[in-house]
Structures are given as C-alpha cells and as structure tokens.
Design a protein around this ligand. Structure first.
Ligand SMILES: [Mg+2]
Length: 253
C-alpha cells in the first residue's frame, strides 16, 4: 500500500487501560523501520504530551513527545495568543502558558473548556458570565463521556454542554471529529491528507476527522466502536480490522 504517514488515536487504539493493544508496538516498529513518520493524536487534553509519551514508552510503545498532539496543544497552537479563562487540567494550562496566553477571569478574549475533574458551579458560572460578556467560547474536544476501567466517566463534552446550555452559544471545537487538529498535524508532517492513513477506534470522531481531510481511515475494533456500529456510522472507514496483524496484511505488504 502506498502511504507516507500514519496517525494513531491513543485510547482504545494503541492502549486500553494500562495495557498496550496487542501488536501495536510491533506495528509501530515496522513503520519506524520503513522511515514512515507517525503521530499520536488524542482528544484527551488533561495531560501534557511528555506525560502521554512516558506512559506509551512504559507500555513498550516507541514514542517521543514530538510525536504526540493533544487537543490541548492543538487548541493553544490554533488560537491567536490572548487573555484566557481556562477550565482544564495541567495539559491545557501548560500548553496555554507555553504559547503565551495570559490567564484572566475578568475580561478574557477566550473561555476554553476542557476536561477538568475539579469542575464546579463557580467555574461554570464564571465561564457563562464571561461568554455572555463577549469572550469566545472554545472547546478542546467534544467527547461527552470516557470509558474507564471502572465504568463511564463524564468527558469534556459534558462540561461544554453545561456552558452551552446556559449561554446558548456553541463552541469552536478543535479536537476530532472537527478537522482542525488533523489539519495541524498534516502541516506538521508536511504531508497531504491523501498520503496519510488515520487509525482509530471511534466511528464518531477518528473516522470522520480523517475522511474530511482526505485521509484513508482504519477502524480497529480494539476500543469503543463495534462492527454492529458500522451500520449507523456517519462516515464509513476505508478498512475495518480486528487486529494489528490484520492491518499489517493490508498496509505493509
Ligand atoms: Mg480512541
């Protein structure tokens, strides 16, 4: 198969819980051996790229921080630096600091909403007031829920929905399924969408984001979406595989 780059989703695609997906490490090695650049692109915004990379390395997955793009980094890189009220964890705060944003809870240019396990009524009220006063409402990602080892957890999208319900304003969304994060990664790789394969486990985010920028897409059935979900998928993937061994048979022959 002819391609020049590969983009992986993380959760459910290269790891699940604390374990690497079987075959992911070998597949990544085979791509590296062929000098095919790869990136890990995740909607999860709470941890900096370095922490994500350390986790991947700990699971035996070959990674450098420059290979990782989180929706927090993408948001900070996408917006023109300015004053910001941010709801989020260290991944977002560090990214905003690095890009020269100034925190302001009085009259910011932006209100950015992201995953925040210390979200509360006060933060919600502040966000609602500032957006009503004219700050631009931005969401790192739209994921409504996360599947964790112990069950389902609210995701960024649930917090975004609270702000949206109170203000009546829809956010600018940076993460998948919007194209902005994939446009950024293509620019960084200096490749066209048609040269890149996007691999993900989520029919609602990974596959539409890849398709809209012209990538060929792989749904790997190691995470959230199932074969039965294909019937109601907004966009069909180019390939559906159950394992990395099967994917090697398609891409690396
Ligand atoms: Mg995933």
């Amino acid at each position: 198969m002819n391609f020049k780059g590969v983009i992986f989703d993380l959760d459910g695609t290269v790891y699940r819980g604390k374990e690497a997906i079987p075959g992911a490490a070998d597949f990544i090695h085979h791509l590296r051996d062929r000098a095919i650049p790869i990136r890990f692109v995740t909607n999860r915004a709470n941890r900096p790229a370095g922490d994500v990379c350390q986790q991947l390395t700990g699971m035996g997955l070959d990674c450098t921080p420059a290979d990782v793009l989180t929706s927090a980094d993408a948001t900070a890189a996408y917006l023109k630096p300015g004053r910001v009220y941010a709801i989020g964890e260290s991944g977002l705060i560090e990214a905003l600091d690095r890009h020269g944003f100034i925190r302001d809870d009085q009259s910011p240019d932006y209100v950015i909403v992201s995953f925040d396990r210390e979200f509360n009524f006060k933060k919600l009220s502040t966000a609602v007031r500032l957006i009503s006063n004219g700050a631009q409402f931005v969401a790192t990602n739209p994921d409504r829920a996360l599947r964790l080892e112990h069950g389902i957890s609210p995701g960024t999208g649930s917090l975004v929905a609270a702000v949206q319900a109170a203000t009546g304003v829809a956010p600018l969304i940076i993460g998948k399924p919007e194209r902005r994060i994939f446009d950024m990664v293509l620019k960084d790789m200096n490749l066209a969408g048609s040269d890149v394969i996007a691999i993900g486990d989520n029919l609602d985010t990974d596959i539409p984001a890849g398709q809209v920028v012209g990538m060929r897409t792989v749904l790997i059935l190691t995470g959230i979406s199932t074969r039965a979900d294909l019937a109601r998928a907004p966009v069909p993937p180019t390939w559906v595989v159950e394992t990395y061994a099967e994917l090697e048979g398609i891409l690396l022959v």
